[in-house]
Design a protein around this ligand. Structure first.
Ligand SMILES: [Zn+2]
Ligand SMILES: [Zn+2]
Length: 316
């Protein structure tokens, strides 16, 4: 592993850290597999298959990729005299926990739903609560996208973003998207994530997205339409050269974006000077995202959050 990393570092081309991280996790099935592992402690092939209504071949393929990508580690266990394999979250995957908590919080704020979301309890204060974004560099809470500035190093957008071939999106009988449907639609295919990341980096015009990302016009207009339907982007200037901007709902996605960037920079290495840099204007320091409890104001750690799942509606 160390050797492979050194070889990657020598090349000037190649994806940045965030590009590598998005390659690893920006896929609906991968996110759902991780989410069920976190929320329901799913560890076994048959349980993911049944829980998500996935085909065995797609599931086997994703588990293999996630083991290769150091997100899951296989662990043998004995059952009925046979040796079987279960899959445990690696440290790298466990460190995604604030991304998933922030996703939960964003869905709670923005997505009207028929069925209840899981409830979060902060065991530090014992209350059912929500979280807010804070800056770990200076300790301030209530940080939003408008309080920060995001710049990229010398990286091209292609290095930041690196979309892969289109992959099958989630369609299942079992409604696997039931808990967090909109986020996984935004994050769950690489072009979508890439376009959103580019919007956070300041791209506005259709032609600029197209030129900088090298995305086919049909794919781009499809994703931009989807984002405007979801209320994440809005058309600021219609016409032959439309200009888009993030809505409040889109800007609020910043917390998820910031935690993904933070995770990417701790776990992946890209060529020199290809990092994204997010600065917290109030303190002038690199923005290091943290989660604070809205009830007691304490910084929330992974071991102090508990999710209680809603009762499942049998007719859902
Ligand atoms: Zn700060
Ligand atoms: Zn609390």
């Amino acid at each position: 592993m160390a050797k492979a990393n050194r070889m990657e570092e020598r090349g000037v081309e190649g994806p940045s850290a965030i590009g590598r991280a998005l390659l690893a996790v920006s896929d609906q099935w991968t996110l759902l597999i991780l989410q069920r592992a976190f929320l329901l402690r799913v560890r076994r092939f048959a349980d993911w298959r049944d829980e998500l209504g996935m085909s065995e071949s797609v599931l086997a393929n994703r588990l293999k990729e996630m083991v290769a990508g150091d997100l899951l580690k296989p662990a043998p266990y004995r059952e009925e005299g046979r040796t079987r394999t279960e899959y445990l979250l690696t440290e790298r995957a466990v460190e995604l926990w604030p991304v998933l908590v922030e996703i939960w919080s964003w869905e709670r704020r923005w997505v009207p739903r028929r069925h209840g979301l899981p409830e979060l309890t902060h065991t530090g204060c014992g209350r059912r609560t929500d979280v807010e974004l804070g800056c770990a560099s200076c300790g301030r809470a209530g940080v939003t996208a408008r309080d920060t500035e995001t710049v990229r190093g010398a990286a091209t957008f292609a290095q930041v973003t690196v979309p892969r071939l289109h992959r099958r999106t989630v369609r299942g009988e079992a409604d696997p998207l039931s808990y967090l449907p909109e986020t996984f639609e935004v994050l769950g295919d690489r072009w979508s994530t890439v376009i959103l990341a580019a919007a956070f980096l300041g791209l506005r015009r259709f032609a600029d997205f197209q030129a900088e990302l090298g995305v086919a016009p049909s794919v781009l207009s499809n994703r931009l339409r989807r984002f405007t339907d979801l209320g994440v982007l809005e058309v600021e200037e219609p016409g032959a050269r439309p200009r888009y901007r993030l809505t409040d709902k889109g800007l609020d996605f910043f917390g998820i974006f910031a935690f993904l960037v933070d995770w990417a920079q701790r776990w992946y290495t890209g060529p020199p000077d290809t990092d994204l840099r997010i600065t917290h204007r109030a303190c002038g320091l690199p923005f290091r995202p943290c989660l604070r409890c809205r009830s007691c104001g304490e910084a929330v750690s992974r071991t102090r959050v508990r999710f209680a799942l809603p009762e499942r509606d049998a007719t859902a």
